[in-house]
Design a protein around this ligand. Structure first.
Ligand code: ATP
Ligand code: MG
Length: 428
């Protein structure tokens, strides 16, 4: 088939006019490939709607006006050109792509060109896309619109021939240096070379909600991130040692939540001053059980808060055997404190692995800032590594622990992360 043949295609978008006066042979846009949600059978539509809403909310943070369009298994983000120059428009698209890369549930983020739904426009864009590349190339076409009059195989031949002719590059379908992806859609043709991996996982909200216990340490932000990535919206709960300590750990928790907010948006941090309760535990003779008893009280408080927030699970950064409160008998004693499931995504990870992930997320440098962690207060000389549940329960009966937990949860102070443009509530 001669590529100069005029091919009239129903549904082709009037891109030629939009492009008039521009250098680029297409409109720069962002193509997002959705991951596991495309596998979810009859719930798929609901999940895709949720994903689309999450993407819309996230890209709104950039301040760039966008059009978020749903296509089969992919989401297309268009950025109206408005009165931007070509370079300004490309920069705005880049900003949107970078922001979308932090949305869980997306497996690939592709900077693409959107062109007229014609073989001519497709070829012109492919030639432009491969300009300046070296080494072999391969054309990878795909038709989501089967009405397109040229099959994928034919399109590959036509585009391949013209790219070869224009740049003299060899074709290698097995090991190409450059892959030219061509996706024929209902409205348009999208072209891109590669793209970068997204976070993967599931859209936030798809798995429900949980309360994540957030110290100022290294592990808990990573744990919360892992659960957000699996579709859980996390509310954060931090216990400070106040009034026995200063407020530094709260600042850290707040900074950590702000850093993690890009994965879910509208994050809420609840802060509970825990110092007095820790002192009460010590006075009640907890002794070697002090740490595990404190952790049980934290969990009971978290459970009370979770019930108020309609969240049916808790998340902690426990890793098996990492510290004395995380031995198997102590973890069993912690589970006994509450009825809600405690999710521990880091249970099987080494500290070095957790630190590498914290570094990648940008939370490590915040976690490493000095503060006085409430858990390190009132630490007994020897920590019990095989806490007996009966002993812990006796301490809690003496202390009326459930009432304390309910009061602490009711008195938790809330700090919200507002969306970009909204006011952030100051800590002081
Ligand atoms: P991290 O590095 O996150 O502080 P860690 O290795 O220091 O964890 P622990 O201090 O035993 O371990 O805490 C285990 C988990 O208990 C934390 O990951 C967190 O989920 C919860 N936790 C501990 N201290 C606090 C706190 N002050 N506020 C809220 N949650 C806490
Ligand atoms: Mg800690």
């Amino acid at each position: 088939m001669a590529i100069t043949d005029p091919v009239a295609i129903a549904g082709a978008a009037p891109l030629a006019a939009e492009r008039a006066g521009r250098q680029a042979p297409g409109e720069p846009c962002v193509l997002l490939k959705l991951g596991e949600i495309v596998l979810k059978g009859h719930n798929r539509q609901q999940f895709e709607r949720l994903q689309q809403r999450n993407i819309k909310d996230a890209v709104r943070d950039t301040g760039v006006a966008t059009q978020v369009l749903h296509r089969e298994g992919v989401v297309l983000i268009r950025v109206p050109r408005e009165d931007r120059t070509e370079a300004e428009h490309a920069a705005a698209v880049e900003k949107v792509a970078a922001r979308a890369a932090d949305v869980p549930g997306i497996v690939r983020v592709c900077r693409a060109w959107r062109v007229d739904k014609t073989p001519e426009a497709t070829v012109a864009a492919a030639v432009e896309l491969t300009r300046g590349t070296t080494g072999a190339f391969a054309v990878r076409p795909r038709r989501r619109d089967k009405r397109f009059p040229i099959t994928s195989a034919e399109l590959a031949v036509i585009v391949g021939r013209e790219v070869q002719k224009a740049h003299g590059l060899p074709v290698n379908l097995k090991h190409p240096a450059t892959e030219v992806f061509i996706e024929v859609d209902q409205q348009e043709v999208l072209l891109f070379t590669g793209g970068e991996p997204g976070l993967g996982g599931l859209p936030v909200g798809m798995s429900g909600r949980a309360v994540a216990l957030m110290s100022g340490g290294i592990d808990s932000p990573v744990a919360a991130y892992r659960m957000m990535r699996r579709g859980l919206r996390c509310y954060f709960l931090h216990f400070s040692g106040m009034p026995l300590t200063g407020p530094e750990s709260i600042y850290k928790a707040y900074a950590l939540v702000r850093g993690l907010d890009r994965f879910q948006g509208d994050s809420r941090l609840f802060v509970v001053p825990f110092g007095k309760t820790q002192s009460a535990l010590k006075s009640s003779g907890a002794d070697r059980l002090q740490i595990v008893a404190q952790r049980r009280l934290m969990l009971k408080t978290a459970e009370a808060l979770a019930k108020r927030l309609n969240a049916p699970a808790l998340v902690t950064g426990d890793s098996l055997g990492q510290v004395s409160s995380q031995t198997l008998p102590n973890i069993t004693a912690l589970d006994d404190a509450v009825t809600l499931p405690i999710l521990r995504p880091l249970l099987g990870m080494d500290k070095t692995e957790i630190m590498a992930e914290a570094r990648r997320l940008g939370t490590l440098s915040i976690s490493e800032l000095p503060d006085q962690d409430c858990c390190s207060l009132l630490t007994p000389r020897r920590v019990e590594t095989r806490a007996r549940i009966d002993d812990l329960r006796k301490i809690e009966v003496r202390l009326e622990a459930d009432e304390i937990a309910a009061e602490l949860a009711a008195g938790a102070q809330e700090y919200r992360q507002e969306r970009a443009g909204g006011a952030r509530r100051p800590l002081d």
